[in-house]
Write a protein that binds this ligand. Structure first.
Ligand code: NAD
Length: 350
């Protein structure tokens, strides 16, 4: 296994990890350890090129610094990616080789599951390094983060409704939900229970049929979900969906969902603000997942208490962001970034 250091002006440390014997090529990016050890998941995708993988790990690790700081976790931002199709190219030998690189960082970076990874894969990695969370079993194992992620999104969505409509009551409100995967399904359950009418889309037709049967959801084509008329859009699938093409077609009054990096660019957050579409910053809304993983990294005994406290704090942060956005007439994603930078400056000064 070879480690090559890649110079970076924006990140504390970036390494390329390669191993001819297992076909491994990947990157680990530590954006910041100012607030604590860098934490963020390991993603495996068939990236088109090494540059594409490197760009992704740099962007995602930067995002983790903001997400962890906004959630008040004593963790910095990091992320790891492996190039390859997880269904075809993932092997225990490849994961063990990558785990040795994680171990060589001596705890400056903690990994966990992300796209293309499972709790079983984290158990394989744990054979080579202690700096791994999201394990399926063990004293502090935190299990599937999706229900807690969805709970946090539900709280954020209610908070957004209160700011946009004057009430957090969801009975009679319609929610367009993009993606019925781990997070989207749990969120759909909560929204249905709260009385919201659901309009759903997923590339998996079975998930749509199930939602129709379970929640009376209206199913629309994946190409239509971003243009349906609804009170709130909840993106729970892929990133970059709020962009120059989709925003002019939106017929919602607010956006609150769990997908990472919903805004294709900061300018898209400004565009939403100008249109009066209230945007709940994604990394504040979807922090439940990392809050859950943090209980494992930080060896928290009272897991339920920690999660409840941090989820309540995330909701209070969302409330403060949306209040400030209205009072100052500034787009919420700008306020969220501002709050994080203030927290980081305060910690640097302390
Ligand atoms: P998942 O893979 O379980 O679910 C994603 C769902 O979206 C799948 O059902 C998939 O078929 C569907 N989908 C993919 N492309 C689509 C499209 N173009 N239109 C409609 N549906 C589409 O993933 P997940 O764990 O539910 O995560 C969903 C999002 O939330 C991701 O952006 C993820 O990064 C983010 N997130 C997840 C967690 C977590 O705890 N799982 C935490 C934080 C953020």
């Amino acid at each position: 296994m070879d480690i090559t250091h890649i110079p970076s002006d924006s990140h504390e440390q970036v390494i390329r990890v390669a191993d001819d014997a297992t076909g491994l090529v990947g990157f680990i990016a530590i954006h910041s350890t100012q607030m604590g050890p860098a934490a963020g998941g390991l993603r495996m995708r068939p990236y088109a090129s090494e540059d594409a993988a490197l760009n992704d790990v740099l962007r995602l690790s930067h995002g983790m610094t903001f997400k962890n700081a906004a959630a008040g976790l004593p963790l910095g931002g990091g992320k790891a990616v492996i190039i390859g199709d997880p269904a075809l190219q993932k092997s225990d030998a490849l994961l063990c080789s990558f785990a040795k690189a994680i171990n060589a960082l001596k705890g400056r970076y903690w990994t966990a599951e992300d796209m293309g990874m499972s709790p079983a894969d984290m158990a394989v990695i744990a054979a080579e390094t202690e700096f791994v969370a999201g394990l399926p079993e063990g004293e502090f194992a935190s299990g599937d983060p999706s229900p807690i992620t969805a709970r946090g999104i539900f709280n954020a969505l209610r908070c957004t409704a209160r700011h946009r409509f004057g009430t957090a009551e969801l009975t009679g409100k319609s929610v367009a939900l993009q993606g019925l995967g781990h997070v989207g399904w749990y969120l759909a359950e909560m929204l249905h229970e709260a009385g919201a009418a659901l309009i759903v889309a997923d590339i998996n037709p079975d998930a749509c049929s199930k939602a129709q049967a379970a929640f009376g959801a209206e199913v629309v084509h994946v190409d239509q979900i971003l243009a349906v008329e609804a009170d709130i859009l909840a993106p729970c699938a892929i990133g970059g969906i709020l962009n120059g093409q989709t925003i002019p077609a939106l017929k919602v009054k607010a956006v609150a969902g769990g997908a990472n990096n919903q805004l294709a660019s900061p300018a898209d957050g400004e565009a939403l603000h100008k249109l009066g579409i209230l945007y709940a910053p994604d990394y504040v809304a979807n922090a439940g997942g990392i809050i859950n993983v943090a209980t494992e990294i930080l060896r928290i005994s009272d897991r339920a208490g920690f999660v409840a406290e941090k989820l309540a704090a995330a909701e209070a942060t969302m409330d403060a962001i949306l209040s400030s956005a209205k009072a100052r007439n500034i787009a919420p994603h700008r306020i969220a970034d501002e709050i994080v930078l203030q927290k980081m400056q305060a910690s640097a000064a302390a």
